[in-house]
Ligand binder design. Structure first.
Ligand code: ADP
Ligand code: MG
Length: 361
């Protein structure tokens, strides 16, 4: 079922010339038991959307439903929705256990109930051994887990997380990503996670909404958003992308045909029909390009010269300046342990791809 439903929600700040449309008409369903991520660059309206759901802001127009009920008249503290803030907002003078039990004390739950629930939460985030420690005396990752336990203790229906992991260093962030994901699965609570980090969004989410300037560009599984981006913005923001130029040709039995400069006619999947002669952008991911030393093959291939070679551990990245003048290509090739780099800066190479790994946008 649907946990949170946004119906034509807008949020405008200021008035007159100083008006900012932080959220443009947004309609969106977030399901129960879902790990849902709002992804987009800084200033695109992610925090505003979370604050609207949490009740800290009121929509300019539109409706927000929780379990089918309009929650406009429900103040934030009465909504079964908790927030984990980026700076954790823990009480430094309280112990870990006191922090976790704080919300339950506010809700006037019984002593026994609070004690049992705090124990359960300590186990869930694996901090039993630190229950008596003051939060000023534990690490950043541990503070993060206390903030999570405190937000989960009152069994909210929805947990909001605003850039919760961005303050952590790389290793710890990777660890916490997996921990958050398993916490979501273990509790069955709907998580709405905000990040500007596309890799983080892809790694963690059941579904992702990609935002730009207050508008949703695409909602889908990480797989859909990465492999079938709805438009150029999504293709560019989620993962790395090459854009090639082509022109529409008359369709044949293989489907829509595109005349790609330097290659000739190729069949590339399209969403809409392409008029013969129309200019189109073709999107190809770096890992779908295959690079090899230039051989004496027919001219139906992209060719270019290697500008940079970067070893990145699991893969090597090449930039190739195309000889047809249409710019630089980024190519990614998985490494094998016994491989010696056979392609160097300055080499002439050919670059190929399977047409159905590309997309016309
Ligand atoms: P994000 O979290 O994606 O970085 P925000 O939701 O914080 O984006 O901001 C979206 C837009 O709304 C930005 O242009 C921001 O400057 C503006 N904005 C956010 N909060 C306010 C406010 N309280 N008053 C005026 N403008 C605001
Ligand atoms: Mg923000």
């Amino acid at each position: 079922g649907v946990a949170i439903r946004l119906k034509k929600v807008t949020k405008t700040y200021g008035s007159g010339n100083g008006t900012v449309a932080a959220v443009k008409s947004t309609t969106l369903d977030i399901f129960k038991n879902e790990f849902f991520t709002l992804l987009g660059p800084s200033g695109c309206g992610k925090t505003t959307l979370l604050r609207l759901i949490g009740g800290f802001e009121y929509p300019t127009t539109g409706t927000i439903l929780l379990d089918g009920q309009d929650i406009a008249s429900v103040p934030p503290f009465r909504r079964p929705i908790n927030t984990v803030f980026q700076n954790y907002a823990l009480f430094p003078h309280m112990t870990v256990a006191e922090n976790i039990g704080f919300g339950l004390r506010m809700l006037k739950r019984s002593r026994d109930e609070i004690a049992a629930r705090v124990d359960e939460m300590l186990k869930l985030v694996r901090l039993e051994h630190l229950s008596g420690r003051r939060t000023a005396q534990i690490s950043g990752g541990q503070q993060q887990r206390v903030a999570l336990a405190r937000a989960l203790a009152s069994e909210p229906k929805v947990l909001l997380l605003d850039e919760s992991l961005s303050a952590l260093d790389y290793k710890l962030r990777k660890e916490m990503q997996m921990e958050l994901k398993s916490l979501q699965a273990a509790t069955g609570i709907t998580f709405i996670f905000v990040t500007h980090d596309q890799e983080e969004a892809l790694t963690m989410s059941d579904r992702v909404a990609v935002l730009s300037s207050g508008e949703i560009m695409q909602v889908g599984t990480p797989h859909e958003v990465y492999n079938r981006p709805a438009n150029r913005f999504v293709a560019n923001f989620v993962g790395e992308t090459n854009f090639l130029q082509g022109r529409g040709l008359n369709p044949d039995a293989r489907g829509t045909m595109i005349d790609l400069q330097g290659i000739g006619a190729v069949a590339i999947p399209t969403k809409d029909t392409v008029a013969p002669g129309a200019l189109v952008n073709i999107v190809v991911r770096p890992e779908h390009l295959r690079i090899s030393p230039l051989s004496q093959e027919p001219a139906t291939q992209l060719t270019g010269s290697v500008k940079t070679v970067s070893f990145c551990g699991p893969e090597t990245q090449y930039t190739v300046e195309l000889s047809n003048g249409s710019g630089l290509l980024l190519v990614r090739k998985y490494n094998t342990p016994d491989e010696n780099p056979s392609i160097a800066v300055g080499d002439q190479v050919s670059v190929k791809f399977t047409p159905n790994t590309a997309q016309v946008l």
